[in-house]
Design a protein around this ligand. Structure first.
Ligand SMILES: Cc1ncc(COP(=O)(O)O)c(C=O)c1O
Length: 400
């Protein structure tokens, strides 16, 4: 009898973390590698946030906090929802966790019975299907082709709903495509959910603040107030506040759901670090101006990467509305041969070739549920990005 539990055989380790680890190993071994796999901003955490953490240590905020998070942080989260999204929540409707990923894990563990279905539009963030499977749910993957802007359409949603559907996951702006729903597109989806009283929405708004060209971010509970009770809104400080390592995410929803999620968390991590929570209070309540500055840098990089990838033979790169990823199509290189005679049969082969030939670490589209594509994270300097794109162009030109 194997010692490792069967449930582990249903899931795989995060492929995006695997790519970053591989790139770091190759770099440590002396290879000239550019990592475009990481899902985190290259900017440092702003100083006032760091200062708040140091002050919290000195003030003795070093003890256990409530499972759901400190009252101060939950109040700051409520104020954020009011300020940014026009949504009213009370602190008992908020859960703070060790990153947005743990909020999702808590929600799935708290709600899914074996066989319950979770609708996941593809391309998706890699963790949604695996967390669903760990919680004994069934991921229902709905393809969202590039022709639909990588977005779920009302018809495709309607067709995916069954009596067993529990959740619809929406992620706007999206990891891995950067695609984001306009108010009209979101309303068309919430209209469908309104017709199915048993379906709840899990809205992952992690990239809310990283949008370009005056794009107006919207979240489902704001677009359709009648779905407020059936929507779990997820967000966090990891991306916009450059705090990936601090591990703070938060969720807002119905009191009973949050209570159930707290029960799960109380038997796992208890809560995230008291110091990180103090830092997150400063992030949410303090000066927000650096977000616009970071976005201006991200936008310049987005424009650079879209232009240069579109110049590469066999690749085509849509312009995303937000986040710091592009998701270029690589259908034009499939079937071609590398200089050493290997045939590129899939997007996985293509990213392996990019790594071997030019030291570029990107993530194959198959990991995100839609091929043949690959994901580039452009959270690197313009100089590095330009070098990386030149190498990708050269790699494509060398294919026969
Ligand atoms: C769409 C999406 N949701 C949630 C998360 C989780 O973020 P955290 O680092 O706060 O757990 C990520 C991180 O990559 C993400 O891309």
């Amino acid at each position: 009898m194997p010692f490792i539990a069967d449930r582990l055989s249903r899931i795989k380790p995060s492929p995006t973390i695997a790519v970053s680890t591989k790139a770091a190993e190759l770099k440590a071994a002396g290879r000239d590698v550019i990592g475009l796999g990481a899902g985190e901003p290259d900017f440092d955490t702003p100083d006032p946030i760091k200062a708040a953490a140091k002050a919290a240590i000195d003030a003795g905020a070093t003890k256990y906090t409530p499972v759901a998070g400190t009252m101060e942080l939950r109040k700051a989260v409520c104020a954020k929802f009011k300020r940014d999204n026009g949504l009213e929540y009370t602190p008992e409707q908020i859960q703070v966790a060790c990153g947005g990923k743990q909020n999702i894990y808590n929600a799935m563990m708290a709600t899914l019975n074996p066989g319950d279905e979770v609708i996941i539009p593809a391309p998706y963030w890699v963790s949604y299907p695996d967390i669903t499977l760990l919680a004994e749910g069934v991921p229902v993957i709905v393809d969202c082709p590039v022709e639909a802007g990588f977005k779920l359409t009302p018809d495709a949603l309607e067709a995916a709903i069954t009596p067993k559907t529990k959740w619809l996951i929406l992620n706007s702006p999206s990891n891995p495509t950067g695609a984001a729903y306009s108010r009209d597109e979101m309303k068309a989806l919430t209209d469908v959910v309104m017709k199915h009283a048993h379906v709840w929405i899990m809205s992952d708004d992690m990239y809310e603040h990283i949008v370009y060209d005056d794009f107006e971010f919207v979240t489902p509970a704001q677009v359709e107030p009648k779905l407020y009770e059936r929507t779990l809104t997820l967000n966090g400080v990891s991306k916009a506040y450059c705090m990936t390592g601090w591990r703070v995410g938060y969720a807002a929803g119905a009191v009973d759901l949050i209570k159930a999620m707290n029960k799960v968390q109380s038997q796992s991590t208890t809560h995230t670090s008291s110091i990180s929570q103090a830092a997150a209070v400063e992030a949410l309540n303090g000066d927000q101006d650096f977000i616009a500055k970071n976005n201006a840098a991200f936008k310049g990089r987005r424009d650079l990467v879209v232009k240069m990838i579109n110049e590469a033979e066999g690749l085509s790169c849509p312009t995303p509305e937000g986040a710091f990823y592009v998701y270029p199509g690589c259908a034009g290189v499939i079937g071609k041969s590398t200089p050493d005679g290997k045939v590129i049969g899939s997007d996985a082969d293509f990213v392996t070739y990019l790594l071997e030939a030019e030291g570029i670490a990107a993530v194959h589209g198959e990991a995100f549920g839609l091929s043949p594509y690959f994901r580039i994270s452009y959270a690197v300097s313009n100089a590095v990005l330009s070098d990386a794109c030149t190498r990708i162009q050269r790699a494509c030109a060398a294919l026969k």
